[in-house]
Design a protein around this ligand. Structure first.
Ligand SMILES: Nc1ncnc2c1ncn2[C@@H]1O[C@H](COP(=O)(O)OP(=O)(O)OP(=O)(O)O)[C@@H](O)[C@H]1O
Ligand SMILES: [Mg+2]
Length: 339
């Protein structure tokens, strides 16, 4: 590319970044189909930086396919996907790779590699994207991520088949967090968890989002999760995002599915504590945490991540143990390693 073309391309990139400031993910006019079955058509969605966006819709409406389209596992028939201002569809170049490094994904069902231990699973993205990180640092990072999700350290050498469903979810979350992502994709993270486990998982997601400034794309059927931690909710129906907004804003629409979903018996049950705002299950979580070993761990290991004016460095100073420093200083340390 000639220097002037390079400059023009760079200017265009900066311009896009400025335009997209405040938007982490932008999906425009998306179409996905499998044979005759059209799953999405003309689908548009913006995910704002720093928010937890809940994505809901009936089973089979295309929530997982939408996530796969955004992360590049599904090539859409039509449309545009931008992540942090970069067009992502069909891109394999370094800039797109740099964006991919900034996200972590928890797939529906966990998708752990069954022949790898939990620790080895967590190390997969580190090996893939940072091959020059040595085994010792890789092990340290994996061990910290495992503890950070509330799993005991002893879970590291276990294989997925030896874990309960909830432990598998946490192991999947640990892997999703391996690269200290800016953007987290969670597909049904609380499905199959008991209410205390689900509440702890929600609490942890909220804590990560608040302390690390994460943007979270959270597919869920869990009404408690929607009420407790989601800033906004996007509703998939009729092949599109038919509505997006706070739960109160959604309730003000007359879309039959939305009314049925939030005003049905389960929706009313989930909303009755918080009246449509945040904090429903968190209330119950706080009450339950004294009895929950995993919850206590989540809080203990969450301490180094308390938000503070100085950002990561101060958080690390406030943190204490070696594992805490490893997490919060990971970007710095990776810089030191010339990565
Ligand atoms: N690889 C594929 N090949 C063919 N059809 C597919 C494929 N992936 C998804 N589909 C179809 O696309 C539709 C949307 O699937 P998707 O998994 O996105 O649903 P969902 O909204 O995530 O549902 P659930 O809430 O049950 O997880 C379904 O009808 C599904 O059968
Ligand atoms: Mg799905």
């Amino acid at each position: 590319m000639a220097p002037e073309e390079e400059t023009a391309a760079e200017e265009a990139r900066v311009e896009r970044a400025v335009q997209k400031d405040g938007v982490a993910i932008s999906v425009r006019n998306l179409k996905n189909s499998f044979g005759d079955q059209v799953v999405h058509e003309g689908l548009n969605l913006d995910v704002r930086k720093g928010e937890i966006l809940g994505v809901v819709g009936g089973s089979g409406t295309g929530k997982s396919v939408l996530m796969r389209s955004i992360i590049g596992l599904q090539t859409p028939d039509e449309g545009e996907v931008h992540v942090f201002g970069e067009s992502m569809i069909g891109r394999l170049d370094d800039e797109a790779l740099a964006i991919r490094k900034r996200w972590g994904v928890l797939f529906q069902g966990g998708a752990l590699f069954s022949t790898l231990t939990v620790a080895e699973n967590v190390e997969v993205p580190i090996r893939e994207y940072y091959p020059n990180i040595g085994p010792q640092l890789r092990d340290e990072i994996a061990a910290y991520k495992i503890r950070m999700t509330g799993l005991p350290a002893e879970a590291g050498p276990k294989y997925p088949a030896e874990l309960s469903g909830g432990m598998k979810k946490r192991a999947g979350l640990a892997r999703a967090l391996a690269l200290d992502p800016d953007l987290l994709f969670l597909d049904e993270p609380t499905a199959g968890l008991d209410p205390i486990g689900a509440a702890a998982f929600d609490e942890q997601t909220r804590r990560l989002q608040q302390t690390l400034g994460l943007t979270v794309f959270l597919i869920t059927h869990d009404l408690d999760t929607l009420y407790s931690i989601c800033d906004r909710v996007a509703v998939l129906a009729d092949r599109q995002v038919t509505a997006v907004g706070t739960i109160d804003e959604l309730l003000a629409t007359d879309h039959p599915w939305i009314q049925e979903y939030f005003n049905g018996p389960r929706g009313r049950g989930a909303g009755r504590y918080g009246g449509g705002g945040a904090g429903t299950r968190q209330v119950r979580f706080s009450a339950a945490i004294g009895a929950s070993a995993t919850g206590q761990k989540a809080i203990r290991y969450g301490n180094p991540l308390q938000p503070c004016a100085g950002g990561y460095g101060h958080a690390a100073a406030a943190g204490g143990d070696h594992a805490g420093r490893l997490l919060v200083l990971a970007p710095v340390r990776w810089g030191e390693y010339g990565i």
